[in-house]
Design a protein around this ligand. Sequence first.
Ligand SMILES: Nc1nc2c(ncn2[C@@H]2O[C@H](COP(=O)(O)OP(=O)(O)O)[C@@H](O)[C@H]2O)c(=O)[nH]1
Ligand SMILES: [Mg+2]
Length: 224
Amino acid sequence: MCILLPALNEEDAIGRVIDEIPRAEMASKGYKTRVIVVDNGSKDKTGEIARGKGADVIVQPVRGKGMALRAGFKSLSGDFVFILDSDYTYPATHITEMLEKLEQGYDVIMGSRLRGRMGEGAMSKVNLVGNHLLALMTNILYGTRISDPCTGYWGMRREVVERLKLNALGFEVEADMLTEIARDGCKITEIPIAYRRRSTPPKLNSLRDGFKIGKMLLKKRFGR
Ligand SMILES: Nc1nc2c(ncn2[C@@H]2O[C@H](COP(=O)(O)OP(=O)(O)O)[C@@H](O)[C@H]2O)c(=O)[nH]1
Ligand SMILES: [Mg+2]
C-alpha cells in the first residue's frame, strides 16, 4: 500500500506524520507500506526530513495540491492508497480502520472531520460553515450522503485512483476526485476522525478556494 503526502513547507510536521503511520500493524497484516511525499519545491527541509524517514520524495515543479496529488498518482504501487495532509492535522493512526473498510469491500473511505472530534482551533468558523455548505451542495448535486467532501483524508483502491480523470490544480482536487468517484458508482463510506490544529499558517485561502471548490462541483455536474 501507498501513503501519499502532499507537502509544501511542512518541515515542522512531516516527520511526525511519517512516524505516526501504523507500519507495524500493516506489516502484521501482510502489507508493505510505501510512503510517497510530493514536494512542490518547499523552501524548508521538508524533502530532506521525509527522505530521512525513508519516504520516496517526488518533486512536482508546478504548484498546487491538485498538481501534487496527480503527480503522486502516477507512481503508485500496492492495492490500496491512503492520502492525508502533511501538516499533522490528520492522525495517521486512522489508516488501520480505513484499511478494514477497504478489506470489507468498500472502494473509497473518507475521514470525516465534521462527524469526528475537532481539536480547539483546528477549524475556523468560516471554514466550518463553508464545509457544511459544500457538503450540502455535493449531496444535492450528486445524490451522495457525504458529511465532509473537502477532507484531506482518503483511503482508496488503487484501481479506482487510476480511473480518475482529474484536472484540478489546487485545493479543489478533493471535489474533482469525489465527483469522478460518485459518477463512477464506487462504494463510498466514511469514518469519523480526529482533526488537530495545525502549528503553522495554512496555505488554503478559505473564500478563494471555497469558491473554486463550489465552481468545480457545478462544472463537473453540468459542464459535461
Ligand atoms: N505539494 C503541495 N502541497 C501543498 C500545496 N499547497 C498545500 N499543500 C499541502 O496540502 C495540505 C493541506 O494544505 P493546508 O494549507 O493545510 O490546507 P487546509 O488543511 O485545507 O487548511 C498540506 O499538507 C500542505 O502542505 C502545494 O502547492 N503543493
Ligand atoms: Mg491543513
